[in-house]
Design a protein around this ligand. Structure first.
Ligand code: NBP
Length: 483
């Protein structure tokens, strides 16, 4: 039902920005019995939504920001779903001018978390609550139940949480939405979620490439492998849709669609943000970084074209035991995925410490179990691991994952070494294995790095057998002094 805006303030929530995400979330609210005030910069999208879906619930159509704000019950709750960046600032400014202290502005776009920190501080000064909410699940999730990661002031969650939880995905009766922490934490966590998504997709891509290039499987046969894997520990949305994409036939040529898609991956920037943030925080997110770089390399089309035909060296014979190698790839995929998540959770712990957010990893694993792109059976195991020990030094050290990697390790090594000998690129598999080997090593070559740094820059080093910092007089008599 469309309610005329002359009926006064009766909407529980307002949504401004009615493109794909905003219109689907507005419909989701309405389908859950909430009255939703609608607003969009240009009125056409508001009209289209009401015309096509007005019968799904109670919508209030508004044209101006003043009308929109006037249609809302207090404390007013407005969800902004506009393009991230300057448009978000423009809309916040317009809304803030029309709202009153105690009202809540929610930014559900993919904002950079440092922007959210800035916006929250500025609106707090004006008495408004600002909630940066990460929303994952794409178009389909927005309509049928996304995973929602709201940050911002805890007290605003009392007025907002039940509304958001009602439209979120539910797993075992638990909503995939919880208060994440102060200011930019919701968007930070969503950013890392997207980074993990990049790594997961890259790893799946490497598995697909190995099945095709090392075993000669066609897209249909690879789809069957992924469907089979989806029945086990790898069960996840991304593995499931991989099989669907691989099975899709191109109507024009009759070939598998994947074979006629240009092999240059694009990106919107959240993976890059994750890696930049990880560099600032000093957290090695090698799986995510390899995934971002792999997309960049795939997109360097001119360079790649010029490099086709470069020497490969003598390549090894392809594996003869296809069943064994397929199982090896499955194990390598699982182990590398554990590394990607472990690194993502390390980054979340580092962000939490840096910004004093007190983030709870088990809560994140819980709300990522449904609605979002990285939803997976695996997340139940992560939740269990952090429930058992919230201060786990690394997810890899949780007994379940330690055992899983122990089971996978021989396969993982076989996959990385076979791929190398066949000249098949596996950047994320290989770097994840190297990360694992570095993490478990008793000694690293960093001792030499420290020696070199001391040699050219007198940067000093620590000793294994004494407290304090030391320096060798490299250009003098090479004796050691305490720094
Ligand atoms: P878009 O990111 O394509 O943004 C389009 C909307 O922004 C339209 O409503 C447009 O109004 C409005 N807008 C723009 Br552009 N500039 C504006 C301005 N200066 N003032 C007011 N409104 C302005 O929409 P989307 O794909 O639905 O995504 C919305 C948000 O959700 C984005 O931040 C996106 O990153 C995030 N997100 C997207 C996904 C996804 O799967 N697509 C998933 C999760 C999060 P107009 O109609 O008048 O042009």
């Amino acid at each position: 039902m469309t309610i005329d805006n002359t009926e006064g303030a009766r909407a529980q929530i307002g949504v401004t920005g009615l493109a794909v995400m905003g219109s689907n979330i507005a419909r989701n609210f309405a389908r859950h019995g909430h009255t939703v005030a609608l607003h969009n910069r240009s009125i056409a999208k508001t009209h289209a939504l009401i015309e096509e879906h007005g019968s799904e619930g109670d919508f209030v159509r508004t044209e101006t920001i003043e009308e929109f704000v006037g249609a809302l019950q207090k404390p007013r709750r407005v969800l902004i779903m506009v393009k991230a960046g300057d448009p978000t600032d423009a809309v916040i400014e317009e809304l803030a001018a029309a709202m009153e202290p105690g009202d809540i502005i929610i930014d559900g776009g993919n904002a950079l978390y440092t922007d959210t920190i800035r916006r929250e501080a500025s609106l707090r000064e004006r008495g408004l609550h600002f909630v940066g909410a990460g929303i994952s699940g794409g178009e389909e999730g927005a309509l049928n139940g996304p995973s929602i990661m709201p940050g911002g002031p805890k007290e605003s969650y009392a007025a907002l949480g039940p509304l958001l939880e009602s439209i979120a995905a539910q797993v075992d009766g638990t909503p995939c939405c919880t208060h994440i922490g102060p200011d930019g934490s919701g968007h930070f966590v969503k950013m890392v979620h997207n980074g993990i998504e990049y790594a997961d997709m890259q790893l799946i891509g490497e598995a697909y490439n190995l099945l095709g290039s090392a075993l000669g499987y066609d897209a249909g046969k690879i789809a069957d492998v992924f469907t089979d894997w989806n029945g086990g520990d790898l069960e996840s949305y991304l593995v499931e849709i991989t099989a669907e994409v691989l099975r899709q036939k191109d109507a024009k040529t009759g070939k598998p669609l994947v074979d006629v898609i240009v092999d240059a991956a694009e990106q919107k920037g959240t993976g890059r943000w994750t890696v930049k943030s990880a560099l600032d925080l000093g957290v090695p997110v090698t799986g995510i970084a390899e995934a971002v770089f792999a997309r960049a390399l795939s997109g360097s089309r001119e360079q790649r074209k010029a490099a086709v035909g470069l020497a490969s060296g003598v390549l090894a014979d392809k594996p003869t035991d296809a069943a064994q190698f397929t199982e090896d790839i499955r194990q390598a995929l699982y182990a590398s995925k554990v590394v990607a998540y472990a690194q993502g959770f390390d980054q979340i712990a580092a962000g939490s410490a840096e910004y004093d957010w007190d983030l709870h990893p088990a809560d994140l694993a819980t709300i990522w179990r449904g609605g979002c792109i990285i939803r997976a059976r695996f997340l139940n195991r992560i939740k269990d691991a952090y429930d058992e020990n919230p201060k786990l030094p690394s997810l890899i050290l949780a007994p379940y994952f330690r055992d899983a990697i122990e089971t996978a390790i021989d396969s993982w090594r076989r996959v990385v070494s076979t791929a190398t000998l066949l000249g098949i690129p596996v950047p994320a598999f290989a770097s994840s294995l190297s990360y694992y080997d570095a993490l478990r090593a008793e000694r690293l070559p960093a001792a030499l790095t420290q020696g070199q740094r001391d040699f050219f820059g007198a940067h000093t080093y620590e000793r294994v057998d004494a407290e304090g910092k030391f320096h060798t007089l490299w250009s003098g008599d090479r004796s050691e002094v305490q720094a």
